[in-house]
Design a protein around this ligand. Structure first.
Ligand code: HEC
Length: 124
């Protein structure tokens, strides 16, 4: 029964502060990606395409920049890093036509691979 003692109260206060800080920090983050083990067939194919075609420049399951911005939670946020709306159309256009330092990788991709990678991005 620590809670009744002064030390217990201090501990509770520290815990409450820590939890509040964690909750605040959480405001900036999106829900975690779907675990790989729960992806459907198309999403799994998209994961493979991502690793082959995007992974050299983008993280998918962790934050931080590689050559381009992390795509973690890309469709869970309102806007893409550029500020454009986070829609399938904009992401497809980015893949097809490139953007600044990003080459038009989609021009050498099978349309099915583009669709699959998009399905995977939705799980992040
Ligand atoms: C050679 C490196 C490279 C590869 C390969 C690459 N990207 Fe990028 N990507 C970038 C860079 C750099 C940016 C930042 C462009 C900018 O806004 O200046 C970027 C930006 C993006 C953005 C954000 C666009 C925006 O409007 O903010 C998306 C989405 C994206 N890439 C998706 C992909 C996907 C999906 C693939 C694989 C099919 C891919 N990229 C492959 C380098 C790359």
């Amino acid at each position: 029964m620590l809670a009744g003692t002064p030390r217990g109260k201090t501990l509770a206060a520290v815990l409450a502060t820590t939890l509040a800080a964690a909750a605040l920090a959480g405001c900036n983050s999106t829900p975690p990606p779907t675990p790989l083990s729960q992806l459907n067939d198309q999403q799994m194919r998209g994961h493979a395409v991502f690793q082959a075609r995007c992974g050299v420049c983008h993280y998918d399951r962790q934050r931080g920049d590689l050559h381009g911005p992390s795509l973690l939670g890309v469709f869970k946020k309102q806007a893409l890093p550029s500020g454009a709306a986070a829609t399938d159309e904009r992401v497809m256009a980015t893949i097809q036509h490139g953007r600044n330092m990003m080459p038009p990788v989609g021009s050498s991709m099978d349309p099915q691979d583009v669709a699959d990678v998009l399905a995977y991005l939705h799980t992040l």
